[in-house]
Design a protein around this ligand. Structure first.
Ligand code: SF4
Length: 465
């Protein structure tokens, strides 16, 4: 990534991403499209010719952050009338043309299905000096040329969008309204993208979609397990992950993949949202707590060392103390490796926002704090229990915290491990002995091989062999 003031010829893009992996992948595509237009990505908005915010509206707080961020760029626009400010993603899709009224100094609004139109929207602003908008939903997934984005040089892992949208309409969720109905990419296009990533040094791909288990039900030519098998066979790819799975759609065939595909990481994120059958029904999740637990049992039977994480919404309308106890009961039974937990946030258009029995802020906060404190102890205990084990770690880069010679990577079960090592290990899968566990990460050291040399023991890094 470059920084600094632009020369006369160069054009600069500042891109800020909010939200989930889907948005991160969309931002890679946005950056790629603008690189083709000869923009260079920088991390200094004051030097940018274009500022783009790729937004999230899944919760009120996420949406509010977008408005705060745009406020900071108003001054830049006043100083530089040529500066183009664009807003894309879920907030843009939700607000549409109304966003120009709310934030009059922005130039472009583009929705979740319109990323590929960004170059023509930018050209239109530059040539016609008029605001530009594209928020229509498309039946098919975006044009494939927007997936053909240039890669940043040092990356070792990448997201690959395999489908988008959702047909489930859980009563609290805005996704079907801002991402549209499910649509899958053709398997041949996905595999071409994975091959291209592998040729560019990527070692790990995460297949992403709002509900990847639905891949195969909506226009795709093969099932999700078949796609996983094919992706695992791509030469150069060493690890494959996927996110997010819907418990009701997780098939036995998919569960068995954890035993059948060695490249598939032993990690699954399976959102339960609530442990109460009553609340699950009000959420329209399509499964019961027993059904969910039986799938967890099946996964753990096939793959006992699998790491499981989940999402939980606390304080859904009508949630009683008893319902919350049911949620805590599930958490205790499953012993998740990690939980992404949030207070319920009413979203426009959703059914649940009109439900009676909204839970007070105080109660929601108390329940969330209780749940998070409990889970923090579980995660810490599980991380500490890994002390002494040797784990395969894909080395991702320099550690953000800690010493300058500290590297960071992830185990197959998705735990962050920090350890000392040479920078040329980045991009390699290394055996690392875990020395300690903390709340959010592990500390380790690269395993050394010992061999007898001239009657004495000589240690060497096994990767030097
Ligand atoms: S499955 Fe439910 S929570 Fe997930 S994206 Fe679809 S509607 Fe939203």
């Amino acid at each position: 990534m470059n920084t600094g003031l632009p020369s006369e010829k160069q054009k600069f893009l500042f891109l800020k991403t909010f939200g989930c992996q889907m948005n991160e992948n969309d931002s890679d595509r946005i950056a790629g499209l603008l690189k083709k237009m000869e923009y260079t990505v920088i991390d200094n908005p004051a030097a940018a010719d274009i500022i783009i915010l790729n937004t999230c509206s899944i919760r009120y707080n996420a949406q509010h952050k977008v408005y705060s961020a745009t406020g900071r760029f108003r001054k830049l626009k006043e100083l530089n009338k040529e500066l183009i400010i664009g807003i894309g993603g879920c907030v843009a899709q939700q607000e549409g043309e109304g966003l120009f009224k709310k934030i009059p100094y922005i130039d472009i609004v583009f929705g979740t299905h319109s990323i590929h139109k960004l170059p023509e929207l930018i050209d239109s602003v530059i040539l016609r000096r008029k605001k530009a908008i594209a928020v229509e939903f498309a039946d098919a997934i975006d044009l494939e040329d927007s997936f053909d984005y240039p890669l940043e040089g040092s990356s070792v892992k990448a997201f690959v969008t395999i489908m988008r949208g959702c047909n489930n309409f859980c009563t609290y969720c805005i996704v079907p309204y801002v991402r549209g109905r499910e649509a899958s990419r053709k398997s041949s296009d996905i595999l071409a993208e994975v091959r291209r990533l592998a040729e560019n040094g990527i070692k790990e791909v995460m297949l992403v979609g709002q509900n990847v288990n639905s891949y195969g039900n909506n226009g795709s030519d093969i099932s999700f397990p078949s796609l996983l098998k094919a992706v695992c066979m791509v030469a150069g790819i060493e690890r494959v992950r996927f996110m997010t799975s819907h418990p009701k759609d997780m098939s036995q065939e998919l569960i068995e993949m954890f035993a059948a595909a060695p490249k598939l990481c032993r990690y699954i994120h399976l959102p339960i949202q609530s442990g109460s059958d009553r609340v699950l029904k009000m959420m329209r999740r399509g499964y019961t707590r027993d059904g969910y637990l039986s799938k967890i049992d099946k996964v753990k039977k096939i793959c006992p060392d699998i790491s499981v994480t989940t999402d939980i919404i606390v304080g859904f309308p009508g949630e009683t103390d008893r319902d919350f106890e049911d949620t805590m009961d599930i958490i205790k039974r499953v012993e998740y490796d990690g939980i992404f937990s949030f207070n319920y946030s009413p979203r426009p258009e959703t059914e649940a926002s009109r439900y009676d029995g909204q839970v007070s802020d105080t109660v929601r906060r108390e329940r969330l704090a209780f749940l998070q404190a409990f889970q923090k102890e579980v995660t810490l205990r599980k991380n500490k229990a890994m002390t002494g084990q040797v784990k395969e770690v894909l080395v991702e880069g320099k550690s953000k915290a800690g010493h300058s010679d500290e590297l960071t990577g992830r185990t197959g079960c998705n735990r962050i491990v920090n350890f000392c090592g040479r920078r040329d290990l980045i991009g390699r899968v290394m055996p690392v002995r875990i020395e300690d566990g903390y709340s959010n990460s592990l500390k380790g050291s690269v395993v050394l091989e010992q061999k007898k040399v001239d009657g004495g023991l000589q240690k060497r890094m096994i990767y030097d062999a």
